[in-house]
Ligand binder design. Sequence first.
Ligand code: PEP
Ligand code: MG
Length: 592
Amino acid sequence: MNPDKVQERKEIVLRGIGASPGIAIGTAVILKKHGVVVEEKVAEPSQEMERLQKSIDRSAYELQKIYRTAVDKLGSEKAGIFEAQLLMISDPIFFSGVKKRIDGEKKNVEFIVSDEFSKQADQLRKSDNELFRQRAYEIEDVKNRILRNLTEAKLKSKFDGKSIVVTSDLTPADAVLLSRNEVLGYTSDFGGARSHASILSRSLGIPAVVGLKEITKHIEDGMKVVLDGYHGVVVINPSEETARKYEEKKKWCDQLDSELITEAGQPALTTDGRRVFVEANLELLEELPLLKSHGADGIGLFRTEPLIIDADSIPDEETQFQTFKKAVVEAAPDSVVFRTFDIGGDKLFIGDHDEPNPFLGWRGIRMMLDRPDMLKEQFRAILRASAFGKSKIMYPMVASIEEVVKANAILEESKASLDSEGIAFDRDIEVGVMIEIPSAALMSREIASHVKFLSIGTNDLTQYLLAVDRTNDLVANVFDEFHPSVIRTVKHIIDSGHDAGVKVAMCGEMAGNPLATVMLLGLGLDEFSGVVSTLPVLKKIIRATNYKSARKFARQLLKLDSSDDVKKALVEYLKTRFERIYHTTISEEYVE
Ligand code: PEP
Ligand code: MG
């Protein structure tokens, strides 16, 4: 491509999802993956069987290679997804179905393989659950690998120079394989921040922006690209001024990141001596090694439902126990708050019921109380883990005191059953409740008298207070944690918890938003629990803040009657006191 021509082109700014933080400036390399066109043909079964076997052998060999690289770079826990792909590729039941069809229908293997895999993937894509939809990508990845090997098409996996990879959808295998090149960043049309590929990008330390919808349409090989993984922005053909701005920003960010990580081990103590706790929200065991390096004071929310998603079924007590034990051992001497399964809503469903209004349906603790055996089993797993490190139990989606009382009674039954078997557990294990439904927020004083702590779930609390579906793009602009009603409710919950003599934490996304930190501190929050990468920033802000001033500031914010005014005041505060943090971490939706 003629470089002058590239230079003449207009700057294009695209916005997607910041999947892995960091800034990268480099040259686009397009990774084309879907070149295999599958046609339906009549074919001789014995030949097709032979071709299928060859392709499977080759695909398994490639995946073994990727698996070994992943183990080296990421450790065996994270490399597990490639083990899962290897299992898919050697699943005897699936392939005996494929072979039967080849024999019976006398069609080409490409057509049958593609059809069978696509059926599975389509089924998962229809799910309301993001993690299931992500699994569909992995099935597609395995399908494409087998098809490529059938047609002997090669996937480009070696690049020259410093590249930013642009692709329709980044798979976990791409993320690992391409990291062996000098890849500076990843961008893709599809994908979410919670996909395995995004998680691996974060672990590999490669900035990524996903969900850009049409980046592959706008870009050509060799174009200059800027990628801002903090804010989910990609600039194609940046002007000289834009490129300079991002180069400068990259220098700041890298420096700030390393400074904040070095200080992250210090306690979250305000300048006038108020100690709060900054903890991690965790969904995957892979994130455990980041706890200490990012200064986490333990795990404030261990979401347990991903265990069901990973296993495709409800994991038994022993499996849950082994997982929980790993977490408590790694977090020691700090504690881990295990939240009982929060099934339903936008998460997974069990059984084959169909709910017209899942967010108002069979969710969280109400569902678990209808399945006491499942709850009992989970309690036993958590209690057994509590013998190995400090554990706490938390109930999600509580709407009334009766639910807390019933769950506590089942917990006592689990304790008694362990006692009768002579199995050790922490007798003083603390129980807490998530406050994320308006009725529970109003009753938080009474609820607090039945438990040892409260934890505010602002994701659902905002959804229910403002009557806005947290997953619906059309109303994303209405979903607003800074709405005065949310802030006043948060204040009410904190005060109610304190009146009852219990600590109040927050584990909704708001707790990890640096824009909210001073306000939450001033409202009296005791514990912040957010995604692990944000913890060093939160600690920095808290350590540089005077608690008395934060309280005064929070009182002023509570008087404001519009979210815009609240955000304006908070942006101004951060900009004047923490300019570097403001420029690097604050999402542009607040800045503009
Ligand atoms: C919340 O609702 O704020 C929360 C932390 O729970 P989840 O996002 O898992 O529903
Ligand atoms: Mg919730």
